[in-house]
Design a protein around this ligand. Structure first.
Ligand code: FE2
Ligand code: FE2
Length: 244
């Protein structure tokens, strides 16, 4: 007796898309509906050129689907360098957020009491934290692993003999925003070098424009604070921020 194996090595089935009135093999006759039929014709060169062979083409992808539970299933065309650079950017955003939080605490002191600046830096702190979280979500979306790193301890006092505290803190904020912009551009470069169009698009659409806006806004605040000096003008500037 001849045994027929359950799985034979047959040529891979091919999908054909049929309209209701066509005359291709194994055509469905269910009214005018489009149906998909699998056939095992592989020798017709005309069809070979015209038809997408999903079962053939997916073979190499199937080999890449990880079987180890701690490996991401979603990861696709995502380089280790991109993964590491995203983790670095998460750290940059968190560090900037931490400094802004320290500035908030300074301006909220009872003997400083610049409530507008306190509000401004608190909002900035939250915004940078949200940036960090956006990168964390993205890391997971691409199948990378979020690795949080150490943060620097920010200074607690922002007074400055010549500049005063408001201008000194705002100049620091400006340099932090420029540094962040530089880091974002480096990240974009890593995406380019690894042909990761999706990562490049994410950075462009979610971060680059906003970063340039932040730099412009804080530059204007620095310019205004340089005009008003350290005294009463700072109070007016602070009231303006409070009302914003
Ligand atoms: Fe940011
Ligand atoms: Fe920012």
């Amino acid at each position: 007796m001849t045994t027929i194996p359950l799985l034979q090595s047959l040529p891979p089935p091919r999908l054909h898309l049929h309209g209701g009135g066509g005359d291709l093999p194994l055509r469905s006759r269910r009214g005018g509906c489009i149906v998909m039929n699998a056939t095992s014709e592989t020798n017709n060169p005309a069809i070979l050129n015209a038809v997408f062979e999903p079962f053939e083409e997916v073979k190499k992808e199937l080999l890449l689907v990880p079987t180890v539970p701690h490996d991401s299933l979603a990861r696709h065309v995502y380089s280790d360098r991109s993964e590491a650079a995203i983790n670095d950017q998460i750290n940059v955003e968190y560090n900037v957020s931490y400094v802004y939080h320290a500035m908030y605490a300074y301006f909220d002191r009872d003997n400083v009491a610049l409530k507008g600046l306190a509000k401004f830096f608190k909002e900035a702190c939250i915004e940078e934290r949200e940036h960090a979280e956006k990168f964390m979500e993205y890391q997971n979306k691409r199948g990378g692993k979020v690795k949080l790193q150490w943060m620097m301890m920010p200074i607690s006092d922002y007074d400055h003999l010549e500049k005063g505290d408001a201008l000194h803190a705002m100049e620091l904020a400006l340099s932090l925003e420029k540094l962040t912009n530089e880091k974002l551009l480096n990240l974009h470069k890593v995406a380019d070098e690894n042909n990761d169009a999706q990562l490049a698009d994410f950075i462009e659409s979610e971060f680059l424009a906003e970063q340039v806006e932040s730099i412009k806004k804080i530059s204007e605040y620095v310019a205004q604070l340089r005009r008003v000096g350290k005294g009463h003008g700072v109070w007016n500037f602070d009231q303006m921020l409070l009302a914003a």
